[in-house]
Design a protein around this ligand. Structure first.
Ligand code: SF4
Ligand code: SF4
Length: 104
């Protein structure tokens, strides 16, 4: 699908862990990127400073939905599921490694 001009949901809902111009630590989920204009356009669009993660993001119906409101909900849901998976992995993986090394 084509990106909905003026939507901006993918510049608000997800967390971005890499550096963004004006946000050196990246951005938390639910926070507007500082490069998002008041009419929800990327002011870095077409510029070399635009982060690779933003260049790689492609509009898709399962994440962008049919409106920016729906996109915000879908991406927030994905963000929460990913955060839970990472938290789970951080808790479980050290345990698995210790079990593996004690049985070796
Ligand atoms: S959420 Fe999808 S439609 Fe909205 S700005 Fe991002 S890519 Fe475009
Ligand atoms: S740099 Fe542009 S595309 Fe990337 S999150 Fe910010 S406003 Fe969106």
């Amino acid at each position: 699908m084509e990106c909905r001009i003026g939507c901006g949901a993918c510049c608000i809902a997800p967390s971005i862990s890499t550096c963004i111009p004006g946000m050196p630590e990246g951005k938390p989920a639910g926070v507007r990127c500082v490069n998002l204009t008041s009419d929800n356009r990327c002011q870095l669009f077409g510029k070399s400073e635009r982060p690779a993660v933003c260049l790689a993001f492609r509009a898709q119906e399962d994440t962008c939905g049919r409106s920016s409101q729906e996109a915000l909900q879908l991406i927030t849901k994905l963000e929460r599921a990913t955060a839970l998976a990472v938290k789970h992995e951080k808790r479980i993986m050290p345990l698995l490694y210790s079990l593996k090394s004690s049985s070796a």
